[in-house]
Design a protein around this ligand. Structure first.
Ligand code: NAP
Length: 465
């Protein structure tokens, strides 16, 4: 059989995971002039867009407008979406290898990282990942319960996810009601008695992972006072020196904003957001009811671990913080896919610039990866574009070098038959467009961007299936 890539004999690519990395990979394939290409994008959820739908904060609607780019990709002839199809149970690697010339895994990083401290598994200690998926209406998380009757909550970590969680906890129901937050979350947050939210950073303000616009936004929540202790806002000599040598203006602005907060006096607003630095939880302690009642913090100082990398080192000083609910937000990690190599220590698929490699480091023909499962959970949505382009560029090099495997059944019809035989309740892109319209219609009635369907059953019923 001749090399694929012509209109009569198109290159057939399976993309597993319909988030930003998957759509950016498909986009780049369709961009190639003169290439005959067909791309089937699979997702275990009936709905596309991955973290844009289930991760991006509901009060950040603008960020979600990136889906318009994905809609354009989905409109290309040769694009198909197969929602509600799980890799590993409905389809396995052999199925994909026998129907496609290449497979790109873009499954992201669904799991959370643990702190590894005593008490972490107490009731009322959760991962931010779960809370975020719950308030965004992810079907697998919609039935979780969070005890929002607690007055004090700690969010461990100072990345943008931690900030999202803190903001959602601090905003009023009226503010949240203007977003596409899941209905069940809106109802639960309506009853919230949360008054104090502690964001806990193990290093100083100059090392905080959250970005400058997110810090600014924290200071603009109408019902919330932001509180930063002056002694924690002040830079230590090592950070001061690093800042003096750097021309990172966004960082300087971020530190300035934090220091400005430390000069504010609380104005008696109903909620307080305490941004803490140089503290690490070392134990979660139980309340009388057995759930989280508090945490022991150790105060840290920074040491130079080489090449300007300032790491936290515990001091003798400890502190007890009374909190009844804890969210750890210390990063996501990828999940192993059946039959696909995995680096458990990094939580990613081993790869060289997107080509998946085996244990000996040799590339596996026709196997690629992009996005968080390729490089770990970092960067903004747009970061995945360059990441997917890098991967697809190598795929195209392999196509040109004629090293892609020849599948047994390289036809769109054969793949479609197989998928529908394995999973009769498939949702295609037309189905998604109808669901999208219906969700927006439901939202319009109450002045919201959309009211999400949060179960597969609801989605099927809405489509009359
Ligand atoms: P992240 O940015 O990597 O932040 C993780 C945080 O956890 C850091 O503050 C880290 O501190 C801390 N941490 C790690 N291990 C810890 C431990 N054992 N004890 C205490 N703290 C610990 O991860 P993320 O917040 O999950 O976000 C993932 C990516 O999505 C990021 O690139 C983020 O910018 C992006 N994102 C962007 C937006 C947005 O654009 N608005 C929103 C959400 C997420 P150290 O720095 O000391 O390790």
């Amino acid at each position: 059989m001749s090399r694929p890539g012509t209109p009569d004999h198109p290159l057939r690519v399976a993309v597993v995971g319909a988030g930003p990395a998957g759509f950016f990979a498909a986009e780049h394939l369709f961009k190639q002039e003169g290439l005959g290409v067909e791309v089937d994008v699979f997702d275990r959820l009936p709905t596309p867009y991955g973290l844009v739908r289930a991760g991006v904060a509901p009060d950040h609607q603008k960020i979600k407008s990136v889906t318009r780019v994905y809609e354009k990709t989905a409109a290309k002839p040769g694009f198909r979406f197969y929602g509600n199809v799980t890799f590993g149970s409905d389809l396995d690697l052999d199925d994909l290898r026998s129907h496609y010339h290449a497979v790109i895994f873009t499954t992201g990083a669904q799991m959370d990282r643990a702190l590894g401290i005593p008490g972490e598994d107490l009731p009322r200690s959760h991962s931010a990942t779960e809370f975020v998926a719950w308030y965004n209406g992810h079907p697998d998380y919609r039935d979780l319960e969070f005890d929002l009757s607690q007055k004090s909550v700690a969010v461990v970590g100072v990345g943008n996810v931690a900030v999202d969680v803190a903001r959602i906890l601090c905003k009023t129901t009226d503010e949240l009601a203007a977003t596409d937050i899941a209905d069940h979350a809106l109802e639960a947050l309506r009853e919230s008695r949360v008054e104090d939210v502690y964001l806990l950073g193990r290093r100083g303000p100059a090392q905080a992972a959250f970005t400058t616009p997110e810090v600014k936004e924290m200071g603009e929540i109408p019902g919330t006072d932001v509180i930063v202790l002056p002694e924690e806002a002040r830079l230590d000599p090592l950070s001061e020196q690093a800042m003096a040598e750097s021309d990172d203006r966004a960082l300087a602005r971020k530190v300035q904003l934090i220091q400005d907060f430390s000069g504010r006096s609380p104005s008696g607003r109903p909620r307080r957001l305490h941004m803490r630095f140089l503290v690490s939880p070392v134990e979660l302690t139980p309340a009388a009811d057995g759930g989280v009642g508090g945490m022991r913090l150790v105060h840290n100082e920074l040491r130079d671990a080489g090449k300007g990398n300032l790491r936290p080192r515990p001091t003798e000083r400890t502190e007890e913080l009374e909190v009844g609910l804890v969210f750890r937000s210390v990063g996501y990690r990828g999940v192993e896919l059946p039959g696909v190599p995995f680096r458990d220590d990094w939580g990613v698929i081993p790869n060289v610039c997107g080509r998946i490699v085996d244990a000996a480091g040799s590339p596996l023909a026709g196997m690629y990866t992009a996005g968080w499962i390729k490089r770990g959970p970092s960067g903004i949505i747009g970061t995945n574009k360059a990441c997917s382009v890098e991967t697809v560029t190598l795929l195209l090099e392999d196509l040109a070098a004629d090293t892609l495997p020849r599948p047994e059944h390289p036809s769109a019809e054969a793949a479609d038959r197989l998928v529908r035989a394995r999973q009769p309740l498939v949702f295609d892109f037309e189905d998604w467009k109808r669901l999208d319209e219906l969700e927006k219609k439901r939202g319009a009635a109450s002045g919201r961007p959309r009211v999400k369907f949060t179960t597969v059953r609801e989605m099927a019923e809405a489509l009359g299936r």
